[in-house]
Design a protein around this ligand. Structure first.
Ligand SMILES: Nc1ncnc2c1ncn2[C@@H]1O[C@H](COP(=O)(O)OP(=O)(O)OP(=O)(O)O)[C@@H](O)[C@H]1O
Ligand SMILES: [Mg+2]
Length: 380
């Protein structure tokens, strides 16, 4: 069943297209994350769903009904913002119950709902305090509680955790995930933080320039990014890239930078996209590509080792405790970041070999950014 459906939904501000007409379905009870950099249109999409921003085109359906003509208050959605927007002169209890009192909800029911929400969120001992007497995390919990007491069928979160420190963010992330399991409500969560998106979302829709670039499970988006933007935006440290040329003759080999040659382009996942109609034309114009490989798909070996695809210089080593992030560079390009075991003895200035898991090397069209596929295993 559909929780929220957007069809052809778009928004312009004068000449600025904030959101290009987009289609998106969020299942009932699903937690979907809308991920993208600042200015890509995330808040605008959310505000159009909530009814506080008027779309320039398209439709919003909630729970199967079209709501474009329905006032925000009648849409059965509750929104939680980055700035908690609590009433400073009211106690936590009053903040939680304010919306219900405005709706003339019977006081017994208000009392029950406030107790329910504050119990789940651990606010019981704080009900008589004012927002000024709370920590950031506690304030965010009150903001969450204020949405909960309305028992909406759809929760909309607009970067609710960005004001919190790293530890608290992770904690609140867990709480929102737990809340989602407990309430079974449809949730759309906006963030520019890809770690947050990956850890929280059942599906992630990646937005850039007002267009959905890809929508899939976190693993799909990570393993099979639709294009170079998604591939580099998702993942920390980011995808390592190098420019190259996809030769159509010579057995389909990708030549990347100085000294790095990878075979196996004929094993690209999407061979159709690599076979232009006119072979002669293709031979004349080798296709510019960008190859990308994740930090965990490169192994450090001895310089000149038989399995090394290319040698590189170690520029810097970040010892994170659990692992090393080794920054390397060389004639092929770079710098790249390689994930390595913290047991590995390696230091800046060392010469190392890079062994690439070639079947995990993504190849993107340099012009369109579209992902063409991955390389097959390395030829002898
Ligand atoms: N009221 C407005 N008038 C004109 N332009 C606007 C207005 N609101 C938003 N925009 C523009 O629309 C685009 C999308 O804005 P939006 O707030 O949706 O981005 P966002 O993805 O939420 O960014 P952030 O992560 O910084 O919150 C931006 O280019 C922004 O400048
Ligand atoms: Mg925003």
């Amino acid at each position: 069943m559909v929780g929220v459906r957007l069809s052809g939904l778009g928004k312009r501000f004068g000449d600025v297209v904030a959101v290009h007409p987009l289609d998106l379905e969020v299942g009932r009870g699903e937690l979907l994350v809308l991920l993208g950099p600042s200015g890509c249109g995330k808040s605008t999409v959310l505000r159009m769903i909530a009814g506080i921003e008027e779309p320039s085109c398209g439709e919003v359906h909630i729970g199967g009904s079209r709501v474009d003509d329905v006032e925000p208050a009648g849409r059965d959605v509750a929104m939680v913002f980055q700035s908690y927007a609590l009433y400073p002169h009211m106690t936590v209890r009053q903040n939680l119950s304010f919306g219900l009192r405005m709706r003339r909800t019977p006081s017994e029911e208000i009392e029950r709902k406030v107790r329910w929400a504050s119990g789940i969120l651990g606010l019981d001992t704080l009900l008589d305090r004012r927002p000024g007497q709370l920590s950031g995390g506690q304030r965010q919990r009150v903001a969450l509680g204020r949405a909960m007491v309305r028992e909406p069928s759809v929760f909309l979160f607009d970067e609710p955790l960005s004001n919190l420190d790293a530890r608290l963010r992770a904690e609140m992330r867990d709480e929102i995930a737990a809340l989602h399991r407990r309430l079974g409500a449809t949730m759309i969560f906006v963030t520019h933080d890809q770690v947050e998106a990956m850890s929280l979302g059942q599906r992630v829709a990646v937005l850039e320039g007002g267009t959905i670039q890809q929508c899939g499970t976190p693993l799909e988006v990570y393993r099979e990014p639709a294009n170079l933007f998604v591939a580099t935006f998702v993942g920390t440290p980011p995808l390592n890239t190098v420019e190259g040329v996809l030769g159509h003759d010579g057995g389909g080999v990708v030549f990347l930078g100085g000294g790095l040659t990878l075979a196996g382009a004929d094993a690209l996942d999407a061979p159709g996209s690599l076979a232009p109609d006119d072979d002669a034309e293709a031979d004349a114009q080798a296709r510019p590509v960008v190859a990308g490989i994740r930090p965990e798909d490169v192994t450090l070996v001895g310089a000149g080792a038989a399995t090394a695809h290319v040698d590189a210089d170690v520029l810097r080593v970040e010892a994170l405790g659990s692992e090393l992030l080794v920054h390397v560079g060389g004639a092929y390009g770079g710098p790249w970041i390689v994930r390595a075991s913290s047991d590995l003895e390696v230091a800046a200035g060392d010469r190392v070999g890079l062994e690439l898991a070639t079947e995990r090397v993504h190849v993107f069209d340099a012009v369109t950014g579209r992902r063409l596929g991955t390389l097959g295993s390395r030829e002898a």
